[in-house]
Write a protein that binds this ligand. Structure first.
Ligand code: GDP
Length: 453
């Protein structure tokens, strides 16, 4: 079951329960069974779902609840808390510090969406005032550098990398200037050094992630860190080799489409450990693992890898990728995520988006006008402009209480976006007086009629 559907089914189950005249054992069981079925269909682990159901029943003891208690609210809160428990890694999320160099290395299997996500991650931070830079250390995949270059140019983010001179089917091409030119470690180090000099505070390194086996991937990362340690205190080096590498955070990609997102998200609870994932933790090096929620990306043999990896890293999910475009990228925070899943909205995410698109100096004025009920067509026009800048419209809508993502299926987003643009074109033809006049329902009606005709 796709995430949006999962959210829709859960909210419907809750709604049905709310519509019942009396909430008795049967109504509660029906609601829980519906939610359980939806979670299992989304690939959430059976044990977790079973425990969730047990816990809710323990918390919501209908016999013990006095007559005055708001049973619906108590049940809804219990479901909310239990879903949060399933998704919460119990560890604080990693957040780089603005103004202080952070080197973030992206790892993960080939095809998981690393290159795409690197730019999304850089673009997200750039909009928040960071100075990001991209380094392409993927010398293995033909076209990886081109892809990163293209994305980086579009987002106006500085990038560094070289064309690979090792064709995919030849191990080492002796016609290259030198082998080291295609050495990902060397390229990564050069790129990082260069952007450090340029005072970039977020240097993102894309790797090839061509290894199917974590052990081999790990070796490549250690090799990189060894290079980075040169010139640092011997103690640091010794530390680096005594310990191994930890993934600081996880980004789950491809949560759109037909991904069974529940499985990937709840995977942190799986008791799978890879010994080699120990920890090397310093302020400036962080590994972010991209994990595709689409299990088939890994082929039959590796069907379960996406899940095992999250468990292996035991790291918090910090973002989710929800499409191929640069802005189809969302912060992953357990509570707002569950809140949106249940159709309860995410005001903090919405305000965050507003702050991203409304210039700082205009924010107090806008809030003042809105609080005075001074809503003119000009303000509406400006807010339409902001909504279009906010990113995918479905994402924005899902942050509003009462709207589940199911209400705005992927294909319909374009339709709604086009409708907003039509409203704006009509407003363009209005006189200034018309635009600054008070927002009257009559005018609104006229515009709606036009838009629908
Ligand atoms: P890499 O080999 O790990 O660097 O993977 P790429 O970044 O080249 O991505 C592989 C494919 O997945 C590309 O076609 C991307 O457009 C696509 N992709 C990446 N992230 C997402 C996502 O969040 N949603 C969808 N639908 N596709 C994605």
């Amino acid at each position: 079951m796709v995430l949006a559907q999962l959210g829709g089914t859960i909210s419907r189950a809750l709604q049905q329960m709310s519509n019942a005249t009396i909430i008795d054992e049967k109504v509660l069981n029906d609601c829980l069974n519906e939610i359980t079925r939806a979670l299992l269909q989304s690939d959430v682990q059976f044990n977790l779902v079973r425990d969730m159901q047990k816990n809710i029943k323990k918390i919501v003891n209908l016999d013990d609840l006095a007559a005055g208690h708001n049973k619906r609210k108590i049940i809804q809160q219990a479901i909310f808390n239990e879903l949060c428990k399933i998704l919460d890694p119990g560890k604080p999320s990693f957040t780089p510090k603005k103004g202080k160099t952070s080197v973030i290395m992206f790892v993960g299997l080939q095809g998981s969406g690393k290159t795409t996500t690197c730019t999304k991650y850089a673009f997200y931070h750039q909009k928040k005032g960071w100075k990001p830079a991209l380094v392409c250390a993927d010398t293995f995949r033909a076209g990886a550098f081109d892809q990163l270059k293209q994305n980086a140019t579009k987002a106006k983010i500085p990038f560094y990398g070289r064309f690979s001179c090792i064709p995919l089917f030849v191990e080492i091409d002796l016609s290259c200037n030198s082998y080291t030119e295609s050495d990902p470690v060397r390229i990564a180090v050069e790129g990082v050094e260069r952007f450090k000099k340029e005072n970039c505070d977020l240097i993102i390194v894309d790797t090839s992630g061509r290894h199917k086996q974590e052990a081999a991937l790990f070796e490549e990362i250690v090799k990189f860190l060894k290079q980075r340690s040169i010139g640092q205190a011997a103690f640091d080096q010794a530390q680096a080799f005594k310990q191994s590498v930890a993934v600081g955070a996880v980004i789950i990609t491809k949560m759109d489409g037909h991904a069974k997102g529940g499985g990937a998200l709840s995977a942190r609870a799986r008791e799978v450990e890879f010994e080699q994932w120990g920890r090397i933790w310093s302020w400036e090096k962080v590994l972010v693992s991209c994990i595709s929620s689409v299990a088939s990306d890994y082929g039959d043999v590796h069907k379960d890898d996406s899940h095992n990896q999250v468990a292996a890293t035991k790291s918090p999910v910090i973002f989710i990728g929800t499409g191929e475009h640069m802005d189809e990228f969302e912060v992953f925070d357990v509570k707002p995520f569950v809140s949106r899943l249940l159709g309860m909205g995410d005001w903090s995410g919405f305000m965050d988006k507003i702050q991203e698109v409304v210039p700082m100096d205009q924010q107090p004025e806008l809030l003042q006008k809105l609080s005075e009920g001074n809503f003119t067509l000009r303000i509406m026009y400006e807010q339409f402009q902001n909504i279009l800048k906010m990113g995918p419209i479905g994402q924005v809508f899902s942050m509003l209480p009462g709207f589940s993502q199911e209400l705005m299926p992927k294909g319909r987003e374009k339709e709604s976006q086009a409708k907003i643009k039509r409203y704006m074109t009509m407003m363009d033809s209005m006189t200034n007086e018309g635009k600054v006049g008070q927002f009257q329902s009559q005018a609104h009606e006229r515009i709606s009629n036009h838009a629908n005709s």
